[in-house]
Ligand binder design. Structure first.
Ligand code: NAP
Length: 260
């Protein structure tokens, strides 16, 4: 996809120029707050049709074209600092950010929200990735609710004997890979009561989720606990080395310290 700025704020004087790699609620919050003191460029992969956007920032959409091209973009735009606030499962862009910042000599911070932890009465089975989650399904339940996004949904094509209900923000580009599945769309935050009603409505007995962390999509996990439904929890990919924080507050403090 070609990168295209859809809105561009003129840099103001010698303010710090920050690139925020976004696509999460925390990234939007961070960008809104960082824009009070810095010139912020907010970058999205461009996959979601109607993404949440921060205010008073420059928006760019689409891949950079790899780590070297991201480093070039930083040099051309005089980037002083990068905060990688992408989703915990967006492993490629996180690796690219590390490489690009090392190449361009730009400080980088990873903002990654805290992972969900099991609570009393939870029944979780751990899966390393969507492929393993799919392989666990038929021995775990007969009607599964998939909450794994739409990009990797085809990993569930080999599943037999378990009916699939898949929810994503936008519908999958190709639903033919799962011809028997039911597809629904929805964007968090969701309430626990609505999630309980949805799981009951579809007669779900197993939930598949990424361990995304954060509040916006946690209600399904609480709903599964309430209903005694097993969760196949897909574990996070490893995070690249370097500075990391779990809070927007600390990320803002990191920016402040750089500009002091
Ligand atoms: P990914 O596999 O880590 O990245 C694939 C490629 O997409 C990257 O190499 C880069 O292209 C481009 N890209 C990704 N994020 C970008 C960003 N913020 N700005 C510019 N280019 C970006 O990413 P993904 O898992 O497909 O996720 C894509 C986006 O959706 C991320 O920004 C993430 O925050 C958000 N998201 C992901 C998930 C998830 O479960 N993976 C869930 C919710 C939101 P180039 O190599 O061409 O630069």
């Amino acid at each position: 996809m070609t990168a295209a700025a859809i809105w561009w704020a003129e840099p103001m004087g010698d303010r710090q120029r920050v690139l925020i790699l976004g696509g999460t609620a925390e990234a939007v919050d961070l960008a809104n707050r960082a824009a009070e003191q810095s010139d912020v460029s907010y970058s999205l992969a461009g996959r979601t049709r109607d993404p949440a956007l921060p205010r008073n920032v420059s928006i760019r959409k689409g891949g950079f074209g790899g780590a070297d091209a991201m480093a070039d973009w930083m040099r051309e735009n005089g980037t002083d600092a990068v905060i990688d606030a992408t989703h915990p499962f967006a492993a490629q862009i996180a690796r690219n950010a590390l490489t690009a910042c090392t190449t361009a000599g730009v400080p980088r911070l990873k903002l990654r929200r805290v992972a969900w932890q099991t609570q009393p009465d939870d029944t979780w089975l751990s899966a390393a990735d969507v492929t393993e989650a799919a392989s666990l399904l038929s021995s775990t339940g007969r009607r599964a609710f998939l909450s794994v996004g739409r990009q990797e949904i085809s990993a569930f094509a080999p599943v037999e004997n378990t009916a699939l209900v898949a929810r994503s923000i936008d519908p999958p580009d190709d639903t033919n890979t799962l011809p028997a599945a039911t597809f629904i769309t929805g964007r968090g935050p969701f309430s626990v009561s609505d999630e309980i009603a949805l799981l009951r409505h579809h007669d779900i007995d197993v939930l598949v989720s990424k361990n995304a962390g954060g509040d916006a999509t946690y209600a399904k996990i609480a709903a599964a606990r309430e209903l005694g439904i097993t969760v196949i929890m897909i574990e996070r990919p490893p995070v690249p080395p370097g500075e990391i924080t779990e809070s927007v507050e600390t990320a803002l403090a990191w920016l402040n310290a750089l500009s002091a």
